[in-house]
Design a protein around this ligand. Structure first.
Ligand SMILES: [Zn+2]
Length: 274
């Protein structure tokens, strides 16, 4: 049984269906719980980051199990909600608490850029992330594998855009273009080799080849734990690739704008002293 030092940590970090002892319940007064403020991600456009959420209701504290929906609201935008379904009872000066579930779903938010990189497969990505959060390694791996199999051409397209914009060596760019034309992922990876804009390399490696190697390894992985680990690697590489693609294009756009602006500036005529 997992133990959480405080109710706030239980709300934030306990996956669904966790039962936990909470040693000390700070927000209990007499026969009532006042659930503590929690710092979690707020999805609203004005927040879009970690914010304090509060619940202002009081809930009976008894030694008998009681079921509650605890509705938290973002204190910053006053718009987003987080709802927990829990059972709780007092125990030895603390409490024993079970989490049934929560909405929005448990787990850290998926970065927007990673989400747009997987494009039409965002639903699969959310499911994969949910499976990963709950330690369902084989499931998480299978979802992520499906995404890569569906989207590798899209990833290559984005890489090719970066290559074209950043003036990649035409011979290297050509390898990427040829890989894009392949119909099978393994052939594309072979044809691409290490042709990749340097700014997208991860520790000197082509991220597409890394994804491919995680997929091939996972197919032969026996245990749930191994699959969970590989699923985590795939996610990390996708997050990082999304960030780097975006950074490379953005940097180039800024540079472009600066060059254009300076080139268009009329050369001021030298002032004559006379
Ligand atoms: Zn908010």
């Amino acid at each position: 049984m997992a133990n959480f030092p405080s109710l706030a940590e239980f709300f934030i970090n306990a996956p669904p269906m966790t039962v936990s002892n909470v040693e000390k319940v700070d927000h209990q007064q007499a026969h009532y719980y006042y659930f503590p403020p929690i710092l979690i991600h707020c999805n609203s456009p004005e927040c879009s980051g970690e914010r304090i959420f509060r619940n202002h209701e009081r809930h009976m504290a008894t030694s008998e199990w009681r079921n509650y929906f605890v509705i938290y609201k973002c204190s910053n935008c006053d718009k987003s909600f987080k709802i927990f379904a829990i059972a709780i009872h007092t125990l030895n000066g603390g409490a024993e608490v079970q989490k049934y579930g929560e909405a929005p779903a448990f787990g850290p938010p998926i970065p927007t850029r990673a989400m747009s990189l997987v494009g039409p497969d965002r639903e699969l990505f959310l499911k994969g992330r949910r499976a990963e959060n709950q330690g369902l390694g084989i499931a998480a791996f299978a979802y992520y594998r499906r995404i890569i199999e569906n989207q590798w051409q899209r990833l290559l397209n984005e890489i090719s855009k970066v290559g074209a914009k950043t003036g990649l060596d035409p011979a290297v760019q050509q390898h990427i273009e040829e890989a894009k034309k392949e119909r099978q992922f393994d052939k594309a990876v072979k044809s691409m080799g290490d042709a990749i804009p340097p700014t997208l390399k991860m520790n000197g490696q082509n991220p597409i080849a890394l994804l491919y190697s995680a997929l091939s390894e996972g197919i032969h992985a026996q245990s749930d734990e191994e699959c969970l680990e590989l699923a985590g690697h795939i996610r990390v590489i996708l997050y990082e690739l999304a960030e780097r693609l975006n950074a490379a294009l953005q940097e180039h756009n800024e540079l472009d704008a600066a060059v254009k602006r300076l080139a268009n500036r009329k050369n001021p005529a030298p002032k004559s002293e006379t």
